[in-house]
Design a protein around this ligand. Structure first.
Ligand SMILES: O=C(O)c1ccc[n+]([C@@H]2O[C@H](COP(=O)([O-])O)[C@@H](O)[C@H]2O)c1
Ligand SMILES: Cc1cc2nc[nH]c2cc1C
Length: 336
């Protein structure tokens, strides 16, 4: 299927029109959860996760059989400002590594029983340096959103999106600063590993970038301060919403991209949970703004969907208990 929008406004309208949770299935799942052979609440957040998943799938006793992981890659003009510990060529080199099966996400997808797709977006044409003006034209951001939209497998029953893009923690920090305010320093982190001087430089770049693109909201923030891989993640998350496919968000960059959807249409991320809290300094603050408690906290800061891929295993465990356990009546266990 090919994406059905050619402007940001049309994309926003589609997102706005996307379905919500199936409340009947959610209610039935909640009822089932109360009958399972365990003390009430004893599976903690696994219970909430399973009920949430059941609601979005419209099935009070669902299974997870076809999780899809998608990694999007993009290059960033803002790397000209010396914001990363690694050179921009690494983006393309890592795409080849993904394709050859040599990256962490290859192993983590396999371990989670998930398919893995990799989409490189115009790597030879980096986005514009956003300290000088908008990173992308409307046409460019719409093409990237559509790449993400079209990448989602309609038959998937869970979606994880992640990214590869040297310089993109600076882009994500600028998005967070534009959406949530505060100071540039509040949103920058070490990314691939810049030193103290590098961190101060990132704060300068974020401050200048937000000043050069002031007064923007929602999807315009994505266009002006984002990158192609961030827009593609946003497009895929929106497509998943339209198909009622639950989503696990990955780290700082993924969460910042997702936050532009929430800014454009409040509630747009109700079908998404946070897979982990990245070690990137401001990820926790972004998740707090989104009202999402991370499933895992493993000090990961790799990106490429890795933290969310690990969290697939936890959601699978939650859903397996929910759908596979016996009820008190079935097992002949006294329910207290
Ligand atoms: O996911 C995260 O929270 C995360 C935190 C730090 C770095 N990364 C990855 O590192 C790259 C961006 O780092 P940088 O320093 O080039 O901005 C990009 O490819 C991301 O996938 C990812
Ligand atoms: C080697 C390397 C792998 C990555 N994977 C995601 N971002 C990355 C950044 C670097 C530098």
């Amino acid at each position: 299927m090919s994406a059905d929008f050619s402007t940001l406004a049309a994309f926003r309208d589609l997102l706005q029109a996307a379905p919500g949770i199936d409340q009947k299935a959610q209610g039935e799942a909640e009822e089932r959860n109360g009958q399972l052979t365990k003390p009430p609440g004893a599976l903690g957040r696994l219970e909430d996760m399973a009920i949430w998943y059941a609601g979005w799938r419209g099935n009070p006793r669902p299974e997870i059989n076809a999780p899809q992981v998608i990694v999007f890659a993009g290059n960033h003009g803002v790397t000209a400002q010396g914001v990363s510990a690694f050179p921009a060529e690494v983006t393309e080199q890592m795409v080849l590594n993904f394709q050859h099966g040599g990256a962490a996400i290859n192993q983590l997808s396999k371990a989670a029983g998930a398919s893995l797709d990799v989409h490189a977006l115009s790597l030879d044409t980096p986005t514009a340096d956003f300290t000088q003006g908008p990173a992308m034209s409307e046409e460019e951001v719409v093409v990237a959103l559509a790449t993400g939209w079209d990448a989602v497998d309609e038959k998937a029953d869970l979606l994880v999106v992640g990214e590869m893009g040297i310089g993109n923690t600076t882009s994500a920090a600028a998005i967070a600063h534009a959406l949530f305010g505060g100071a540039a320093e509040d949103w920058v982190g070490r990314g691939t590993g810049v030193d103290d001087a590098g961190l101060a430089n990132k704060a300068r770049v974020v401050r200048e970038g937000v000043a050069a693109n002031s007064g923007k909201e929602g999807l315009e923030v994505l266009r002006c301060l984002g990158g192609r891989e961030l827009a593609a993640m946003a497009g895929a998350i929106a497509r998943a919403r339209s198909l009622r496919i639950p989503v696990i968000l990955d780290g700082f960059i993924c969460s910042a991209a997702a936050a532009t959807l929430e800014a454009a249409v409040p509630g747009a991320l109700d079908h998404a949970i946070a897979g982990h809290a990245s070690a990137e300094a401001a990820h926790g603050a972004v998740l707090e703004k989104l009202g999402k408690a991370p499933v895992l906290q493993l000090n990961m800061r790799l990106g490429e969907a890795s933290g969310a891929a690990v969290a697939i295993n936890v959601l699978k465990a939650a859903v397996a208990c929910h759908s596979g356990m016996a009820t008190f009546a079935e097992a002949g266990v006294s329910d207290g």
